[in-house]
Write a protein that binds this ligand. Sequence first.
Ligand SMILES: [Zn+2]
Length: 247
Amino acid sequence: MTNSPLKLTQISPNVWILPRHPDKNRVQATVGMVLTAKQTILIDAGNSLQLARQIQAALAAIDAPPISHIIYTHHHWDHSFGACVYGVPVIAHQLSRQFLSQMQQENVGEAYLRTKVERNPKLILDWTAEDWAEFELVLPEITYEGQKRLQFDDVSLELVSVGGIHAADSTVIKVVNEGVMFLGDCYYPAPRYEEPTDQMLDMAMLANLLDEQYDHYIDGHNAPMQTRHVRRILRSQALLARLNSSR
Ligand SMILES: [Zn+2]
């Protein structure tokens, strides 16, 4: 556990992020923060209660307005398990609610993460017995299907259901007037792969998401990308595909 305050990165006038942890063994996904004049909306909740408390402290340090809502990009533990700390309603795709309610019925929690550590002993988890005693899954109270526009004070967010092989409930969240798009893990391979490679990414989905109105693409487990980075990835993958097919 670290006591030094988390460092947030500003992406655009109203958008900040806690970047994903560079150590993949922490499985700590990017958390987005949209700050309006009166409220802060979180994009994903953090992978643990400890991290959620550190996010609250980091937001207080930049004088962010109170957190009013969380939007889940998808239901996976590393994006949702911190949610119970904030005590605010969650917005997500209808399927996220379905998956999380199933997880709730199956009592997914401590034993579930213990199994993950058994499979990958390098996995580092910031959970204490007290945290597990307080933990509860937070199901989305507000759900959508297809596409939904949300207005928070002067900021418009657009939620688009993209699904995909990683998680059927994947939502992309667009911060409409700031050129920022949160991708979650939507173009990643199925989560059963412990060490996925770049070749397993859904390049067609990523190419479809490219939009000239958006310059910042923020996914769950990489550094933020700008349009030119995304284009470079798409070009190198296309080249690789050609090389492989001509072999
Ligand atoms: Zn995921």
